[in-house]
Design a protein around this ligand. Structure first.
Ligand SMILES: Nc1ncnc2c1ncn2[C@@H]1O[C@H](COP(=O)(O)OP(=O)(O)OP(=O)(O)O)[C@@H](O)[C@H]1O
Length: 452
């Protein structure tokens, strides 16, 4: 987990200091973890330790704040000499002005995470998954081309790469090429400029499996379309598999030459839809397990309710919650998750349940939730009951009758409770403090996370 936090912290730092400063100070340090809510950074020697305290503490705290830490804490430890020797700067400083990259040699640039094993199947993607698997088992035979379309972040690239991995594992000699349409276009432009179109053609026309992402970007690029048309034909005639992804079906790609469009329709066109709730929860569960995090089901469900369309964002939300919990040294609770996500998603989407509020009130007044909901009329019970009703009214969208029902009372009792507490907090500082504390906790403060 700390690696993810560290990556985010570094990118924050990098955008706030010069490259030279970054490479001098930050490239050689090592993240040692998050201990009791404090980010522990290993530095080379005591001079660096002092330097960091003096010059970078504030910046690092701000970086953690941007990740949701309420009371960011950073500490610096001098690394033992052995560990220091093992630290290498992560990457060399970028050139002053990066030139367009030269065409890379044929390579399998497949993301190791994007395998069939790591792909959660749901009603939204089962057809695309089945088609991809069929293609992986019989490349060039089952469906050619396979055209997968769907909105951003729904797993098109993942499925394409999964076919690539499947094939690479079984037939290591097969040549697999994954390219985005943008790279294909850029490489073609470079090849034309440098008079290397033959090499370019050889590269793409000699593969066994060609995966082309975001093919919708072929629109309005006549020269690239022309080139791609010939690549397509060469591969197709040789029974080589082609998989294309797009954010829309071929018929909706504007200004796509009709001969290309019709070729895209020769094989199988399949789509991926937004995942249902259960699929989203399953994806979160798998990701949490892979990262070694034990996150309760109700927290995963809360996250899955927050992010409904884009799986990339869903994964981001999980990481945010994990980073937030770890930086604040808090457990994975619904309150903590709600707080972690509140800056990213509209707060009203975070739904507190009536039961959460009842539990928090019960904990604060140290009586059981059943007593609060019971029929007792003693002051020690009535005050928490009224406070619970008041907070439920304020923090949820439940109606007065719904709240009444929850407490086995009618709506006028709830109205009465709300006005009693409203009056009470205006004149009783102790009650005000109690209500404020509860409100703060319930709105996702870390303390509430420990209680709820
Ligand atoms: N069914 C799934 N099971 C597990 N993870 C998934 C699933 N679908 C998508 N993901 C994950 O969601 C993230 C986004 O997926 P991917 O990059 O494949 O989306 P995409 O549809 O290609 O998006 P874009 O159009 O932006 O390129 C990846 O990390 C991927 O592993």
């Amino acid at each position: 987990m700390s690696q993810e936090i560290w990556a985010d912290v570094l990118s924050y730092v990098r955008s706030n200091i010069s490259d030279v400063e970054y490479h001098t100070w930050f490239a050689p340090v090592k993240i040692l973890g998050v201990r009791e809510g404090s980010l522990v950074i290993g530095v080379r020697n005591s001079f660096a330790q002092e330097w960091f305290k003096k010059h970078y503490l504030g910046l690092l705290e701000n970086a953690l704040r941007s990740l949701g830490a309420e009371h960011p804490q950073v500490s610096f430890e001098v690394l033992p000499a052995v560990q220091e020797a093992m630290i290498l700067p992560d990457d060399p400083p970028p050139p002053a002005r990066a030139a367009a990259p030269a065409p890379t040699p044929v390579q399998k640039s497949l993301n190791p995470k994007y395998t069939f094993e790591n792909f959660v199947i749901g009603p939204n993607n089962n057809l695309a998954h089945a088609a991809a698997l069929a293609v992986a088992e019989a490349p060039g035979k089952a469906y050619n081309p396979l055209f997968i379309y769907g909105d951003v972040g729904l797993g098109k690239t993942h499925l394409m790469h999964a076919v690539g991995h499947y094939l690479a594992e079984r037939f290591p000699e097969k040549r697999i090429e994954y390219v985005s349409t943008e790279s294909f276009t850029n490489e073609l432009i470079t090849a034309i400029r440098e008079d290397k179109t033959t090499q370019f053609r050889n590269r793409y026309r000699s593969v066994d499996l060609l995966l082309v992402d975001d093919i919708q970007f072929l629109a309005r690029k006549e020269r690239t379309q022309e080139e791609f048309f010939h690549t397509f034909n060469a591969l197709y005639e040789n029974h080589k598999q082609i998989i294309l992804s797009s954010d829309r079906p071929p018929k909706d790609i504007q200004t796509l030459e009709s001969r290309l469009r019709s070729r895209f329709e020769w094989g199988l066109i399949t789509d991926i839809q937004s995942p249902e709730f259960e699929t989203r929860v399953a994806i979160l569960k798998m990701n949490a397990e892979h990262s070694g995090m034990n996150i309760p089901q109700d927290v995963l469900e809360l996250i899955a309710r927050q992010v409904t369309t884009n799986i990339r964002e869903l994964e981001g939300a999980l990481m945010r919650v994990a980073a937030f919990a770890s930086l604040n040294n808090a457990p994975f609770s619904r309150a903590v998750a709600a707080k972690a996500l509140s800056n990213v998603f509209a707060p009203q989407e975070v739904q507190l349940e009536m039961g959460d509020i009842l539990s928090a009130v019960a904990a604060q007044y140290e009586i059981s939730p059943d007593l609060i909901r019971g029929s007792g009329r003693a002051r020690e019970v009535v005050t928490p009951r009224q406070v619970a009703m008041y907070l439920i009214r304020e923090l949820t969208s439940h109606s007065l009758p719904e709240i009444g029902q929850f407490f086995g009372r009618d709506h006028s009792t709830v109205m009465h409770a709300v006005s009693k507490v409203t009056e009470g907090v205006a004149k009783d500082p102790e009650l005000l403090a109690q209500v404020d504390r509860l409100r703060h906790q319930l709105q996702g403060s870390v303390e509430a996370g420990e209680d709820t």
